[in-house]
Design a protein around this ligand. Structure first.
Ligand code: NDP
Length: 479
């Protein structure tokens, strides 16, 4: 079926792609600040809608009705996911999206090969980039499914190590590369074999890369997952950019390169935040808590001081400077509005209040920033790790709400383990530390936290939202 705007000159489509590319870049720029991020999202989505819409209208691919029906179904699933998925489940959703991007790239590259070989033509450039898109796409798809499964708890999230692990991975990589070389070389050498007969090499390549994707992520455990998700995000961009070369589609190359580059930058930031090298994450075998780490009662026996909202309010009453450190538990409890109200009340009573934000607090990059922005906490009140750490020794009270790993002082002293060497917020240096959580359970890494047993720490046991709300009510009554 002919395209609706099929007779538009191709230069118009090229111009529209250029505009879409500019919108992606502007969108990314806006996303670097929480205040402008929503606008950045809209601008980028607008660029994508423009690019997809024009491609469907101008290019003679399939029936436009079928295409728009597909778009509608995809959009409906997107809206349903956006409305139903909890913010705490975002990392696995992002993981799935990365995977779908990689899978789509591998399938589109395969379809293009079938198309090209079917017409009896052979272009080495297209075949080589399709092979690359197939490898990266398949690794991304299966790696992301495993990562999302681990984060969602449907796959055991411990690190699975075995002897000869690196050799097995190398074997599948070699198999995938060999299938790719076969695909590129043979159609050239043997003109007698129908070109389409070489397409199975592509699917061998995809199968080998799929196993490789699973093998790459299975050994990575617990606390290293954020790095893996960020890296797979980068891979999905690379796969899309490579597919852009296969299709000779400039907007796909631009979008894919932007995702690939920003994913890589994020990966580096995450590695730095966790004091890891990328090689260490993939091959280091760190990521497991020791077996003894589970026996919390023995570790904390007789050393825990509990407190109540009433006592905390009295402590806050005489404080000049308070730092609030949120973590994953604040997201679970949806306590951000109560926390914001508490900070506002303290501020009104001339207390110097700041928030200490660890780069990997929560379950996704920027998780705390998003929640606090949603609760209208002024962005100027947020301090990152390097800024806030030197101030703890001059802080009267630190309120830790649902954070655990990111305030665990054992990260500074342990030689091994999931969080060894990870820079943490040194909240224990403050005069008084209030830790709000429901129990003494460990955080994401499974490592016990000696902060809870420190002399200046008081544990405020209970759900984050209930405790903060109670604290706000008592503070209001007394001021
Ligand atoms: P943690 O996972 O270390 O700890 C969260 C704490 O919140 C738990 O100990 C839990 O204790 C408490 N909690 C849970 N529900 C509630 C509730 N309703 N009210 C009060 N407290 C609650 O979180 P952190 O933010 O300190 O650290 C993040 C961890 O997640 C790091 O290890 C990081 O590597 C990892 N990670 C980070 C990602 C990212 O991109 N930011 C992505 C994936 C993992 P209790 O059950 O006793 O209440």
């Amino acid at each position: 079926m002919a395209a609706i705007l099929g007779n538009l000159p191709t230069s118009v489509l090229a111009f529209v792609y250029l505009v879409a590319g500019v919108l992606f870049i502007q969108g990314l720029r806006d996303m670097t600040h929480p205040r402008t991020a929503p606008r950045g999202n809209l601008i980028s989505a607008g660029g994508m809608a423009l690019a997809v819409g024009f491609t469907v209208l101008v290019t003679d691919i399939l029936s436009p009705i079928l295409l728009f029906a597909g778009l509608l179904v995809g959009a409906a699933i997107g809206v349903w996911l956006a409305v139903t998925v909890e913010t705490t489940e975002m990392p696995q959703l992002v993981g799935l999206f990365n995977g779908f991007g990689g899978g789509a790239s591998a399938l589109v590259a395969g379809a293009e090969l079938i198309d090209m070989f079917g017409t009896g033509s052979f272009q080495v450039g297209v075949t080589a980039t399709a092979a690359l898109a197939g490898i990266i796409g398949a690794v991304t798809f299966w790696g992301s499914l495993v990562a999302a499964g681990k984060l969602h708890g449907v796959i055991d999230d411990s690190s699975v190590r075995y002897s000869g692990e690196q050799a097995v991975k190398a074997l599948f990589l070699v198999l995938a590369v060999f299938a790719g070389l076969h695909l590129i070389a043979r159609p050239n050498l043997l003109g007698t074999v129908p070109l389409a007969g070489w397409v199975p090499s592509y699917w061998v390549l995809v199968a080998a890369a799929s196993v490789l994707g699973i093998l790459l992520v299975i050994p990575i455990g617990g606390a290293d997952m954020p790095v893996v998700i960020a890296l797979l995000n980068s891979y999905s961009g690379l796969a899309a950019a490579t597919t852009g070369f296969v299709l000779d589609n400039s907007v796909l190359i631009i979008a894919g390169t932007l995702v690939g580059a920003s994913g890589l930058i994020l990966t580096v930031i995450m590695c730095e935040s966790m004091n890891r090298s990328l090689a260490n994450v993939f091959f280091g075998g760190i990521g497991e808590a020791s077996e003894d780490d589970g026996e919390m009662e023995d570790i904390y026996e007789g050393q825990i001081t509990s407190t109540s909202p009433e006592e905390v309010e009295m402590t806050l009453d005489v404080a000049d400077r308070v730092v609030i450190v949120p973590g994953y538990g604040m997201a679970v409890a949806q306590a951000q509005h109560a926390v914001a109200e508490l900070a506002e009340l303290l501020d009104e009573n001339d207390v110097d209040v700041e928030f200490g934000i660890h780069p990997v607090a929560g379950r996704m990059p920027g998780h705390m920033n998003v929640l606090l922005a949603e609760a209208d906490v002024p962005y100027e009140k947020l301090r990152d790790l390097e800024e806030i750490n030197p101030t703890f020794s001059q802080t009267d009270v630190v309120i830790v709400i649902g954070a655990n790993d990111v305030v665990n002082p054992s990260a500074n002293t342990a030689d091994s383990g999931p969080i060894a060497g990870m820079p943490v917020l040194n909240v224990g240096e403050a005069r008084t530390v209030i830790v709000n959580k429901r129990s003494l359970s460990p955080g994401f890494s499974g490592v016990p936290n000696p902060l809870f047993a420190q002399d200046n720490t008081n544990m405020l046991f209970g759900d984050g939202k209930e405790m903060m709300q109670e604290l706000v009510n008592i503070y209001k009554e007394n001021h």
